[in-house]
Write a protein that binds this ligand. Structure first.
Ligand code: GNR
Ligand code: NI
Length: 168
């Protein structure tokens, strides 16, 4: 097991588009285990491979209260999204300390493989639905701050760059 380094906004690598996973091998399962360990250690409810500079369609998440229900989504696709939308407060491990409202579909269905290549479809609502949409955005190179106004986004960018400079 190993902890992985999480990229911080505005790192340009967060905007790369992930490619489908093709090999369901031991290497993939090690990566999944390391991503879960990194997510739990960082107290996140989700982590997309993009955030650890691996540009493959792979997401881990756990929105359970007990932090004991890991979900692995490989090559995930949203097959249905409710028309009903709701604005909720979001944060991101790649934009530490920033929280703001983003409008998302209330419910989604997502089709994805697990780490053994077994495909299934699951329906998500509440935090899980938000997380699925947030993580699939990461795989497309999109960070939640891109839904905010250019003014807010620029302030966040400046703040992040300053924090990174101060800690260097
Ligand atoms: O840990 C996380 N919490 C969270 C809260 C509200 C909406 C989305 C999220 S995802 C985030 C972890 C993360 O950055 N995943 O990419
Ligand atoms: Ni995120």
């Amino acid at each position: 097991m190993a902890l992985l380094n999480i990229l911080c906004y505005p790192d340009p690598r967060l905007h790369k588009v992930a490619k489908p996973v093709t090999e369901f091998d031991e290497k993939l399962r090690t990566l999944v285990a390391d991503m879960l360990e990194t997510m739990y250690e960082s107290q996140g409810v989700g982590l997309a491979a993009t955030q650890i500079d691996v540009h493959q369609r792979l997401v881990v998440m756990d929105t359970s209260e007990e932090h004991n229900q890991p979900v692995v989504l490989i090559n995930p696709e949203i097959t249905w999204a409710s028309e009903e939308r709701v604005k909720g407060e979001e944060g991101c491990l790649s934009v530490p300390g920033i929280y703001d409202g983003v409008e998302r579909a209330v419910k989604v269905k997502v089709k994805a493989a697990d780490e053994h290549g077994k495909v299934r479809e699951l329906e998500a609502e509440g935090l899980m639905a938000v997380c699925v949409q947030h993580e699939l955005d990461h795989l497309m190179g999109k960070v939640f701050v891109e839904y905010l106004s250019p003014l807010k986004r620029n302030r966040i960018k400046t703040k992040m760059l300053k924090a990174q400079k101060d800690s260097a």
